[in-house]
Design a protein around this ligand. Structure first.
Ligand code: APR
Length: 230
């Protein structure tokens, strides 16, 4: 049986694809304060601005490509049972070919009712029009988990973590909970790895930190973990 590799990815893995991280530029995300455009309060304060903001992110995503880090993770499925838990709302893991991707914070290419996330619509890369309504008559909103909201995929992510042999944390500052505490659910025997060019919030377990950008770090990780010539 293949060993299980559970990956926790964050904005840093998509940085080399041209998508900005959240906390590398003074708390501004594409010139907006993260709290303004990533909170449920922000939606109720100014849904029109939020609709426009996520339209811009979606349009940008259409022109971004997965980078070597996404591709290596997809290729690793030959050797490992790979489960990716991502905080990213882009679809670059899927486009690289990863088959098991859990989106903790939602997906840019989807919309849902502002009254609940039960009915989710695929909208691809199209712009949402402010005022569009779903089948329940309520406003449609981006299918994003904002600050102040539940994380519906958390239970599934915990379950996957509980059977990990390797946990690889890549491109996340570990500032945002509950994602940042997921690694605590990994079994004792699991080996923990981190790929990040910078320091992150401290990890309370032994961990090997590869200080490199995602693409270079993934190459190094593969060489460390896989036997020669694979
Ligand atoms: N390769 C790998 N890591 C990188 C790279 C790179 N090329 N460039 C930057 N990083 C690292 C940074 O050093 C930092 O540790 O990526 C991390 C990005 O951290 P954040 O910007 O805080 O992003 P993330 O941890 O994904 O944010 C979590 O916060 O705003 C919310 O919901 C949003 O999902 C998001 C969550």
């Amino acid at each position: 049986m293949k060993a299980k590799l559970v990956v926790l990815s964050g904005a840093g893995i998509s940085a080399e694809s041209g998508i900005r991280t959240f906390r590398d530029s003074d708390g501004l995300w594409e010139n907006y304060r993260v709290e303004d455009v990533a909170s449920i309060d922000g939606w109720y304060r100014d849904p029109e601005m939020m609709t426009r903001f996520y339209n811009e992110r979606r349009a940008q995503l259409e022109h971004c490509q997965p980078n070597a880090a996404h591709v290596i993770l997809a290729d690793l499925e030959v050797f490992f049972n790979v489960v990716i838990i991502t905080q990213n709302v882009d679809n670059l893991h899927e486009r690289a070919g990863s088959k098991q991707v859990i989106h903790l914070h939602g997906e840019l290419t989807k919309a849902c009712s502002e009254h609940g996330k039960k009915q989710v619509h695929d909208i691809g890369y199209r712009a949402m029009k402010y005022g569009e309504r779903g089948a329940d008559g309520a406003l449609l909103r981006p299918f994003i988990v904002w600050f102040g909201e539940d994380v519906p995929m958390l239970a599934v992510a915990i379950e996957e973590m509980q059977t990990a042999d390797h946990v690889l944390i890549i491109g996340t500052s570990l500032n945002v909970y509950p994602a940042a505490s997921l690694y605590h659910y990994a079994p004792k025997h699991a080996q923990l790895w981190m790929i990040d060019p910078n320091d992150t919030q401290p990890v309370q377990r032994p961990i090997t930190h590869i200080r490199a950008k995602a693409t270079e770090g993934m190459k190094q990780w593969k060489n460390l973990v896989l036997p020669d010539n694979l």
